[in-house]
Design a protein around this ligand. Structure first.
Ligand code: ARG
Ligand code: ZN
Length: 849
């Protein structure tokens, strides 16, 4: 048996590679089970390196032959790579390997999806294509020749030859191997063009499988908007003659920013009004922007090593959130991002998987494409911008692009440009990159002789990742309101640097009501004893849209916690406050829709656990149901008017105006369904001419225990559309009552369309189970067992998707001892599976703690 003991890699051990790669020439002779890859690589000693051993990564490759300067060589080959004596000075490495794209179910390297060839090389997939120094600090110019019987043959850069069965692509921009891409297949293009700010025409193509041509228009528009926005806001111009996007059905993640050839999960790019929801359209627009923005933040300036992943991901998430805020509602975007951060990043930061935004060690880098690196990484950039101000942020970014274009950089390089531009010392700020965990910010206020003082204290719980936490710089946006709800102090940024710190506001006529952490100015947990009346006041009057929403959210959370633990009735302040918001026709419908949304059941479980109460998933579920019914009854009289107000006339458009109306209309319908048992939902379902209305009606019916006819009809209508059938799987599970969830999932895994090797379908099914809180945590352990069964089955086929889904267990220590022991048993069962992948082994080991 070979030794598979996972290796831990440390940031502190970084050393540069011993050689520069001056050029790469690759030839692909495509064949499903025996693709030949010929490489011709010019190496030269790297003057900056001290270690000049020649080592190339390579995995699952059959070496056919190798030569140095034309002379055959016999390298020493292991499962992970090869070594070979090399001459002094520069030399040409030539090598031929054989690979099996069809047998590549891990979807990493070169693989096949529905008969088309495609690649995913980030983070370390290129080594499954050929022998190479597969590390991001080795950058080179690639020329790629493709031979295969396919009408479309694509790679990075600009096309040099495009003929039947033969193509040559040349990418003039030096890049690391993780940005390499190749696509071949029977594809059709949706084409357009964009003229850059300096007048260069760029050909744009979105390649899809025949039949999907009608789902391309929106993605193409989003691409053009992204290109324009990056010119206008960041001064970044596109740098090749073509920009290609390809939609792929089997893909582990959302999308990938390969230079000039972005590869997208089809769910992250294909959309038509009939098949995609408003939410899908918004997500597609954001992902297109994200991948496009990587061309500068990621590709032109890349990462020195994978510990620096947030250098490109945090920044690019931050940039795509700015883009969405500019195109749509900034308030709605901010609130949605915070909901997402609390749902995905906070549990990670507060559990056994906690790691700094810049981790210091890993076993499998794919396990670190996390909410912490991406979303907290973006929050850190938002804080930096708040601290230095918009003008200095812009100057720092200009300097970053000017100084580091063409380089592989570190967080130190990033912070240095800010220090140089602002003369600030960012040593303390840097702790946001090195300390894991969510800081808690406690605040107490004091009113005396016309002076109002806020006393803050910050604390970061010690964790394995950060055993001795130090105070961080926290930008705290504060506004003060007078008792009439008028601002006596407009938003001001307090810069907290000490463990405890007080800020006084003098010369006030009356004790103000504070609005603290406006816009969620830092990713912390705010601890403050606030009475329901003050929350209700802020819900009615706060001039900061985020904090106004936050006040409603806090009221909801507090009433739900009381309902779940003591059986208290729904809180009157919450119901009255929400009703007033719902009625306020001056408020953006999308904003009202967010207000009406309840905190998720898993967020409530976290809040209870934090307050020292063991969460009971059934009681939480029951409380959520009861509150929704109480809200429906309370709002009974206004709901018909809201539904009417939200009706959209004219053709479907996924624009902010229509989307906003449908969002509120969807909330209203779900409340109405609690009162009429589904009459109006059934009518909406029958009349729907777009997926947003059709799916929201179906969800309402299922939640009401109805809808079996619609479920069958939906399947008949959409059985040939994979992306819609994913929704069909997902919705039945999302709406399953807790004690039936595992049974329903188990039945769906028997369905002929349950293709478990397709990550989208696996996520729509098993992933949906993990998100049905009470269903997944069913007391009999059926949810845990079912998930573990499938993770064990998927692991040898697709370790990456398996490992990601293990995080469903990360919160296990919150629950009662019976549930903990049931989860513990499943974790043990997974861990002891023979041949378990290093990916899943690392995740389970960390979760078990
Ligand atoms: N860089 C891609 C993005 O941000 C994510 C790709 C990650 N893929 C992976 N297998 N870890 O959109
Ligand atoms: Zn990214």
């Amino acid at each position: 048996m070979k030794d598979t003991a996972p290796q831990t890699i440390y940031l502190k051990d970084y050393t540069p590679f011993g050689f520069d790669v001056e050029s790469v020439h690759l030839t692909f002779d495509l064949s499903p089970n025996a693709t030949r890859v010929m490489s011709r690589i010019a190496f030269a000693p790297n003057p900056e390196a001290t270690d000049h051993r020649f080592y190339l990564h390579g995995k699952k490759l059959t070496l056919i032959k190798a030569a140095i300067n034309g002379e055959p060589v016999r390298p020493e080959v292991t499962d992970e790579g090869l070594t070979c004596p090399v001459p002094d000075g520069s030399f040409i490495w030539e090598c031929e390997v054989e690979i099996d794209p069809e047998g590549n179910t891990a979807l990493e390297g070169l693989y096949m999806s529905n008969g088309m060839y495609c690649t995913q090389c980030e983070a370390e997939g290129f080594r499954k294509i050929t022998y190479y120094p597969d590390r991001p600090d080795v950058m080179s110019v690639f020329t790629v020749e493709i031979k295969g019987p396919h009408p479309v043959l694509l790679s990075n850069g600009n096309p040099q030859v495009q003929g039947q069965g033969h193509a040559i692509w040349h990418d003039p921009w030096p890049k690391p191997a993780y940005l390499f891409a190749l696509v071949a297949g029977e594809l059709v293009a949706h084409s357009d063009s964009f003229t850059t700010c300096s007048g260069k025409a760029v050909d744009l193509n979105l390649y899809v499988r025949p039949g999907d041509e009608g789902k391309c228009a929106f993605g193409m528009e989003a691409l053009k908007k992204s290109m324009q926005w990056d010119e206008e806001v960041y001064g970044r111009e596109y740098d090749l003659d073509v920009f290609n996007i390809v939609a792929v059905d089997d893909f582990n993640m959302g999308a990938m920013e390969n230079k000039g050839l972005n590869v997208f999960n089809s769910s992250a790019v294909l959309a038509s009004p009939e098949t995609a929801t408003d939410g899908n359209f918004e997500r597609i627009e954001a992902i297109i922007a994200h991948e496009y923005f990587h061309n500068w933040t990621g590709n032109r300036i890349t990462c020195r090593d994978w510990f620096q992943l947030c250098l490109k991901e945090g920044l690019t998430v931050y940039r795509d959130s700015q883009f969405t805020s500019d195109l749509r509602s900034a308030a709605v975007k901010r609130i949605s991002d915070v909901i997402d951060l609390r749902a995905r990043q906070f549990p990670e930061d507060q559990g056994p998987l906690a790691h700094p935004v810049r981790p210091e060690s890993f076993q499998e880098i794919n396990n670190f494409y996390t909410a912490t690196v991406y979303e907290k990484g973006a929050e850190v950039i938002g804080m930096l911008k708040r601290l230095v101000g918009d003008a200095d942020y812009a100057r720092a970014l200009d300097l970053y692009f000017a100084r580091h274009d063409g380089q592989a950089c570190t967080i130190e390089d990033w912070l240095q440009v800010f220090e140089d531009v602002t003369d600030r010392d960012l040593a303390q700020f840097k702790r946001w990159y090195s300390q894991a965990g969510t800081p808690r910010l406690a605040v107490r206020d004091e009113w005396k002789d016309g002076t109002y003082t806020l006393h803050f204290s910050q604390s970061l719980p010690a964790s394995a990742a950060s055993p001795d936490p130090q105070p961080q710089v926290i930008p705290i946006s504060v506004g003060l309101l007078d008792p009439n709800g008028d601002e006596v102090l407009p938003t001001r940024m307090l810069e907290m640097t000490e463990a405890t710190q007080s800020f006084a506001f003098e010369g006030l006529a009356a004790r103000p009501v504070p609005s603290i952490l406006r816009g969620f100015s830092a990713p912390v947990v705010l601890d403050r004893d606030v009475g329901t009346a003050e929350r209700a006041f802020l819900l009615a009057h706060d001039t900061d849209p985020f904090n106004r929403w936050e006040a409603g959210r806090a009221l909801a959370r507090e009433t739900l916690m009381a309902m779940a633990t003591t059986g208290a009735p729904a809180g009157a302040d919450y119901l009255d406050g929400m009703l007033a918001v719902l009625r306020d026709a001056d408020l953006d419908p999308a904003y009202r829709a967010l207000m009406l949304g309840q905190p998720s059941q898993s967020e409530l479980a976290a809040a209870l656990a934090e307050a020292g109460t063991t969460p009971d998933p059934d009681a939480i579920w029951q409380a959520s149901e009861t509150l929704a019914l109480a809200m429906a009854q309370h709002a009974q009289d206004v709901l018909p008017r809201i539904l009417a107000e939200c009706r959209v006339d004219g053709p479907y458009r996924p624009d902010p105006d229509q989307t906003s109306k449908r969002a509120l209309g969807g909330r209203a319908l779900s409340l109405v369904t609690r009162l009429d048992g589904g009459t109006q939902a059934a009518a909406q379902y029958a009349a729907a001419d777009n997926m947003t209305l059709q799916l929201s009606a179906l969800g309402c019916l299922l939640a009401a225990g109805k809808g079996s006819a619609e479920v069958a009809a939906f399947y008949d209508q959409w059985q040939d559309d994979r992306l819609v059938i994913d929704k069909w799987f997902g919705m039945q599970i999302a709406q399953a009552v807790p004690d039936k969830a595992a049974t329903i999932v188990a039945a769906l895994t028997e369905h002929a369309d349950f293709n478990w090797k397709n990550p989208n379908r696996f996520r729509a099914t098993l992933g949906a189970l993990t998100m049905n809180h009470a269903g997944f945590h069913a007391a009999d352990g059926s949810g845990y067992r079912l998930l573990a069964d499938w993770l064990i089955r998927l692991d040898p086929v697709n370790p990456q998707t398996t490992a990601r889904m293990c995080s469903a267990f990360q919160t296990w220590r919150r629950y009662d001892s019976d549930r903990q022991s049931k989860i513990g048993t499943e974790l043990e069962r997974i861990a002891s599976t023979a041949g378990l992948s290093p990916d899943t082994t690392e995740m389970i080991t960390r979760i078990r703690g």
